[in-house]
Every structure is written in structure tokens, then in C-alpha cells.
Design a protein around this ligand. Structure first.
Ligand code: FES
Length: 346
């Protein structure tokens, strides 16, 4: 037995202190295990069965995609919470069946019908040579040929239909005119309009400006909210936080200088990060904190973001008072409330 010159030399068994080069036989390549043919390689009926299974899975995916679109249209959301559950269930089931159908079909196809070559590759430099690239393209073409897509017409049709139909499950709600409840552009407006009184949440009692003392905070909804169809959805968009601060501490711009009444300001309560209710008001600093990810807004300075992941200020509701001294909106918010989304113009 040789004595190692370098104590860090190791053998395959992990014993320290033995020179690798003196035991080359321990590293003999065992080679590939004997190749086992699948039943679909030897039995044409098994191959046919596998093909039918793949077709059935793609058809299931097609039905799932159609079911999803039907759910968008046929299960409208109303004030009844059970309709939300039904819509979510319909959409969830449809999407699940559609995606799983495509996934299982692809895996089953690859495992049972595509060629079962076993390949051992040596490590190569990261950059491929031109020959390798040509070989890769060739392998790709061979794969397409191996998949048998050219001679399995029904399977090809089922696969193309399933893949072509699935994007509609996303496109339909984005286009938004089928089943108007899913129209994304509805987020752009709330039911606040000129003259709508500000009312306390949840009592619905209109708020007089004289009742709002410096430092006080009100959770506010539009007066008459419950008379609207879909009032819960409207409330989710139009909810407001009302604060009164010393008018001398208020920073306004040319555009917003008339949007408050004697230091009473109203801002959307929906965080511009991902939409949590912003409701923790710190009277000394005038900071409004979102409890979800700690975005902090400065109410004295246009509700600008002073900390946290939110990227834009809370939208302000321009307010004034009516003849009876009640606080009223001058108009809707001048920009969409809540988190940013792809249809926002600003
Ligand atoms: S939702 Fe308000 S900080 Fe994230």
C-alpha cells in the first residue's frame, strides 16, 4: 500500500490519505443500465390507448377553458356574497381543469409516445460550437418528428385547440365587455360626485363641518350609499378618511388649494400599494400608516408617501360645505383610487 505524500488526497470511498491515481480501477464507468422498453414501444394497442388518453386530457382542458369563459359571463357578481363564492368556484375550477389538462397531456405524451432514447453527455464548454447548434436544431426537428404530431391528426388538433383556447381565459376579463362586472376600467371611477354628502361609516349619518374638531378622524362613506346596486363594491372603492388639521400646517398646491374646508381634508382610505385600508392616524405628525406593509402618508402634505413601498399619494377627495353646513364632495377623486394597474393613465 502506498503512503500518501499529500494527506488531503482522497479515494472514492472517502478515505483521506490515499492517492487517487494509484486506484484508477475504482472509477470504472459503470455505463448505462440495460434499456427497458415501454409497453407503448412494443404494443401498438398500448400506444393507441396512450394516444387516446392524451387526447382526452386535451379535451378536458378545452372544456375547462370553455367553462371558465362561461363562468365569467353566467355568474355575475351581486350584493349577495354567495354570488362571489359561486363565481370564484366556477373560475377556479375552470382554470384548474384547463391548466391541468394541458400539463398532464404533455407529460403523458412525452412519457408514453415520444421516443425513449437514453443519452449520456460529457461536460462541455458553456458556449456551444456551430456544429452543436446545428445538431441542436436537428435534435429539435427529430423531436418534432418523434412526437408523431404529423401523423396524429386528431391529437394535433386537440393540442392546438387547447393551447389556443386557454389565453382567452385571461383575455376575456381584460377586454371586459363580456360580463361587465369584470371590467377593469370600472376601478377608474367611484360614486362620489358633486354635492354628495360625506356620511359616517357605518351609521350613514351626514357630517357637519362644525362637528369636525382639529385632530379628529372620521371614516366616511358617500351619503345614500346603500341605495346603489352593488353598494358593497361601491363602498370598497369610495371609502374615505376625513381628518382635520390646523389650516396653517396644511401644504397645498395651486391645484389642491380649494380642496379642503377649514383644514378638513378627505383622502381615499385604500392604500396605493396593494389596497389595504389605511387607517392608523398619528395626530402629532399627521402621518397615516398602512398596517399591511407600513407605507406612511403625510396628510398635511397631500398624503405624499414618506415611507414604505407605496409609490404614489392617496387620492384626495375635493370637499366643501353645502347650504346647511354639511360636508359635501366637489367631484369624484381626480384619479383612480387604490393600487396602480395597467390601464391607469397616470
Ligand atoms: S398595502 Fe399598504 S403598504 Fe402595502
Amino acid at each position: 500500500m502506498t503512503t500518501p505524500e499529500n494527506p488531503n488526497d482522497v479515494v472514492a470511498s472517502g478515505t483521506p490519505g490515499t492517492d487517487l491515481t494509484t486506484h484508477p480501477e475504482r472509477f470504472t464507468d459503470p455505463g448505462m443500465p440495460e434499456h427497458q422498453l415501454r409497453s407503448t414501444d412494443t404494443d401498438p394497442r398500448a400506444a393507441k390507448r396512450a394516444e387516446r388518453t392524451v387526447i382526452i386530457l386535451f379535451v378536458l382542458s378545452i372544456l375547462g377553458a370553455i367553462g371558465t369563459i362561461v363562468a365569467y359571463v353566467a355568474l355575475p357578481l351581486t350584493d349577495d356574497p354567495s354570488t362571489v363564492k359561486a363565481a370564484n368556484l366556477g373560475l377556479g375550477l375552470g382554470l384548474t381543469i384547463s391548466l391541468l389538462g394541458i400539463g398532464f397531456a404533455a407529460v403523458h405524451w412525452a412519457k408514453t409516445l415520444m421516443s425513449d432514447h437514453e443519452v449520456a453527455e460529457k461536460r462541455k464548454p458553456v458556449a456551444s460550437s456551430q456544429e452543436d447548434r446545428v445538431a441542436a436544431v436537428q435534435a429539435l426537428n427529430d423531436g418534432v418528428r418523434d412526437s408523431g404530431i404529423g401523423r396524429r391528426g386528431v391529437l394535433k388538433g386537440a393540442m392546438i385547440s387547447a393551447l389556443a383556447l386557454f389565453p382567452l381565459t385571461i383575455a376575456v376579463p381584460l377586454v371586459g365587455n363580456l360580463g361587465g362586472d369584470w371590467k377593469v376600467s370600472k376601478f377608474r371611477h367611484t360614486i362620489w360626485s358633486k354635492g354628495t354628502r360625506l356620511a359616517q361609516d357605518p351609521s350613514g349619518r351626514p357630517i357637519k363641518a362644525a362637528d369636525v374638531t382639529i385632530g379628529s378622524v372620521f371614516h366616511v362613506i358617500p351619503d345614500g350609499l346603500r341605495e346603489h346596486s352593488h353598494w358593497l363594491e361601491e363602498k370598497a372603492k369610495s371609502i374615505v378618511l376625513l381628518v382635520r388639521i390646523d389650516e396653517r400646517e396644511l401644504k397645498t398646491t395651486e391645484k389642491t388649494k380649494d380642496w379642503h374646508y377649514n383644514g378638513i381634508v378627505a383622502y381615499s382610505k385604500i392604500c396605493t400599494h396593494v389596497g389595504c385600508p389605511v387607517a392608523l392616524y398619528e395626530q402629532q405628525t399627521h402621518h397615516l400608516l398602512c398596517p399591511c406593509h407600513q407605507s406612511t402618508f403625510d396628510v398635511a402634505d397631500g398624503a405624499k408617501v414618506v415611507f414604505g413601498p407605496a409609490k404614489r399619494p392617496l387620492p384626495q377627495l375635493p370637499i366643501t360645505v353645502d347650504d346647511e353646513g354639511y360636508l359635501v364632495a366637489q367631484a369624484d377623486f381626480d384619479e383612480p383610487v387604490g393600487p396602480s394597474y395597467w390601464e391607469r393613465l397616470k
